[in-house]
Design a protein around this ligand. Structure first.
Ligand SMILES: Nc1ncnc2c1ncn2[C@@H]1O[C@H](COP(=O)(O)OP(=O)(O)O)[C@@H](O)[C@H]1O
Ligand SMILES: [Mg+2]
Length: 293
């Protein structure tokens, strides 16, 4: 039942790839239901999963779901409807106490694979962000409670956007704990400091702090040693206990899997399958250690 967000304010550090593949691995091995929530308006994790499972038909498949209202946009749609002329008091529409909750009791998830459900992302979220007022950050958390989804799943994973936005804040305030995928090069590793700043800001506004499960290194270039000094610096700063032992190298077969219909678990090259399995096991241990204790 824990809700885990994959967060980093840097893009291109492997958040989506890790989140999707850990969700797939959990659903395959835990034999219990997993929900993946695509909170990024760029909806890369939705495209990833549908591309792997449906090949060229993935655009058509997504359009079908979208037509049925089966994307995350449905959570916000009712709160975004025009409600007559805007007055001072109407501005409190987005105060969660005053939102009409009835649409938040519905199930907008789709089943993509055995034990693997998704709340698909939606680029239309970008239009909402501009219009919305305060309170929208708590819609996702409220939805998971009211719809009963929270108790339906063994694990809920959230793929987060890289920019500080209502959706980034939503991912943070909805989760119980988060993991921080980090590409260990000098420019990308500043994502750790940015995350700390974002946390500080969310804490000031909402007064909540979530459990950090740790940094997962991704996209390590095996052809050089440039990552080593960066990793040494990070270890000094945050401590080895806050860094996952399993790391993910740059492996060409991972992005290729999008066209060959393979998640990491189905790729034996360079031990991609065993790496994602070990990483997922390490995540389960961290959850048991840091959340369930
Ligand atoms: N371990 C990896 N090996 C090779 N390519 C990867 C790996 N992880 C991610 N990628 C590729 O790098 C790009 C960025 O990854 P992505 O997971 O989308 O990052 P983010 O969600 O942080 O923006 C994508 O094209 C993805 O396919
Ligand atoms: Mg992403």
């Amino acid at each position: 039942m824990p809700i885990i967000s994959f967060m980093n304010m840097k893009g291109g550090v492997g958040k989506t790839t890790l989140c999707v593949n850990i969700a797939n691995t959990l659903s395959t091995y835990s034999k219990e239901k997993v929900l993946l929530i695509d909170m990024d308006p760029q909806f890369n994790s939705s495209q990833y999963v549908l591309r792997v499972l449906h090949g060229k038909d993935h655009v058509k498949k997504y359009a079908e779901y979208k037509k049925q209202g089966k994307t995350i946009y449905s959570l916000y749609e009712d709160t975004n409807k025009p409600h007559g002329p805007i007055t001072e008091s109407k501005n409190t529409l987005f105060n969660t106490k005053k939102i009409d909750d009835s649409h938040l009791k519905k199930d907008y998830t789709v089943n993509v694979k055995k034990n693997f459900d998704m709340l698909l992302g939606d680029i239309d979220l970008l239009n909402l962000e501009i219009n919305q007022k305060s309170g929208v950050e708590s819609v996702l958390a409220k939805y998971l409670e009211l719809s009963g989804l929270r108790s339906k799943y063994k694990y809920i994973l959230i793929d987060s956007p890289p920019t500080y936005s209502v959706f980034f804040i939503s991912s943070y305030i909805t989760c119980d704990a988060y993991v921080l995928p980090v590409k260990p090069d000098y420019l990308s590793s500043t994502g750790i400091a940015l995350m700390e700043r974002a946390e500080g800001s969310i804490m000031n506004t909402f007064g909540i702090e979530k459990i950090a499960l740790g940094v997962i290194y991704t996209l390590i270039d095996p052809r050089n040693q440039l990552h080593i000094p960066v990793q040494q610096d990070i270890k000094k700063e945050i401590g080895a206990e806050n860094i996952f032992k399993h790391e993910l190298k740059y492996i060409k077969a991972i992005p290729e899997g999008l066209s060959t219909g393979k998640f990491m678990l189905d790729i034996p090259d360079f031990k991609t399958d065993s790496t994602i399995k070990s990483m997922t096991e390490e995540l389960i241990l961290k959850i048991q250690e840091k959340i369930n204790s």
